[in-house]
Write a protein that binds this ligand. Structure first.
Ligand code: AMP
Ligand code: MG
Length: 336
């Protein structure tokens, strides 16, 4: 969804860590970043062409539904609406908004797709405003139109609505995950069962690598402008997503302002450089929770993840070291 491809590419949170794990790779660009599909078994040219077409079509459809960088997308149109009545929505947008709303409730509002006006105000949105600290009155004004309860999705009716006309929805923190899940579904339907799908550092793996081993994924440390590999996890039919305060940010007067906004304060999260990784059944869920845990911070995030049985790892920079907290359900995935 974001156009800052360069930053995103440099800052992918989770990376495939195996040497020569795949026999076939399909790559492309989507959502302001790149995607990679690794297949354990070789495919012939006809299958490659067909698969690439299916994947590209699906990703293009997701962008047409949810990109806030495309003013003609379904979501951009919804954002412009002043009308509070229910409006029919595409299946994808419904699913994403429904899941987002559940995770907002479960994270006590830390995850909130209505942060759009704040994301824009701080210069991280499609408006391309200069990145600098806005004045308090502007933050307060933008904050007034934020609140996850003000957007509703009714899956059975196939419709969505605003409960406040000023609401601006931004699904950047969950859409990449959704995209990975959709690409995985395409592979499943084509009878392909050994793969690793990745969009902008959010991944989902199924089956085994070409060498018959479980797919392994390395997790990057929250370090500005550098790739520093931390823990490695093995995935079997699971997804992993990583969010971090060093993935996209600006600095002013020696302070660090991240692209992840605390909906309560209307400001970028304030704790030290931090990354959160979540392993879940779906990438959409892992993606949203990773963002939520960053907002909650190392202590509250860890407690909530542990209490909910979430498989999560929270890494906080402390001087030149890292404080690593791993929930019980995450530990089982660690390699070595
Ligand atoms: P991610 O990289 O998945 O953590 O998503 C970060 C992006 O989600 C940001 O660039 C914003 O567009 C948006 N965002 C920022 N803060 C939040 C939040 N608290 N809840 C949901 N989305 C957010
Ligand atoms: Mg996310």
């Amino acid at each position: 969804m974001r156009r800052r491809t360069f930053i995103k590419l440099l800052a992918a949170g989770s990376v495939a860590a195996c040497a020569r794990p795949a026999h076939a790779t399909i790559r492309g660009l989507t959502m302001g970043t790149s995607y990679t599909v690794e297949l354990a078994a070789p495919i012939d040219d006809a299958v490659r062409t067909r698969l690439t077409e299916l994947i590209e079509d699906e990703l293009a459809a997701i962008n047409r539904a949810m990109s806030t960088y495309d003013s003609r997308s379904e979501l951009s149109e919804f954002n412009r609406r002043q009308d509070l009545r229910w409006v029919p929505a595409s299946r994808g947008l419904l699913e994403v908004l429904d899941r987002a709303s559940q995770i907002s409730t479960a994270s006590q509002g830390a995850f909130d797709v209505t942060v759009g006006p704040l994301v824009d105000l701080w210069g991280f949105g499609p408006e391309y405003r200069p990145r600098r600290v806005p004045d308090d009155a502007m933050i307060e004004r933008a904050r007034q139109s934020v609140g996850y309860q003000h957007v509703q999705a009714d899956l059975s009716a196939g419709a969505i609505r605003k409960r406040d006309s000023r609401i601006q929805v931004d699904v950047c923190a969950i859409a990449k995950g959704y995209g990975v899940d959709r690409v995985a579904m395409i592979l499943d339907r084509q009878g392909i069962h050994d793969y690793l799908v990745e969009i902008g550092g959010e991944l989902r793996a199924r089956g085994t690598t070409a060498a018959g081993r479980r797919w392994q994924v390395g997790i990057e440390r929250p370090v500005e402008g550098k790739h520093v590999l931390g823990e490695i996890v093995a995935l079997d039919n699971r997804a992993i997503a990583t969010s971090g305060t060093t993935q996209d940010f600006f600095e002013q007067d020696g302070r660090h302002y991240s692209h992840i906004i605390d909906p309560m304060t209307g400001r970028p999260v304030e704790h030290p450089a931090m990354a959160a990784s979540v392993i879940a059944d779906t990438t959409m869920e892992a993606d949203a929770w990773a963002t939520a845990l960053i907002v909650l911070g190392p202590e509250r995030g860890y407690s909530l993840a542990q209490a909910r049985g979430l498989a999560a790892m929270l890494v906080t920079a402390s001087g030149s070291n890292f404080d690593v907290r791993v929930t019980d359900t995450f530990r089982a995935h660690l390699v070595g």
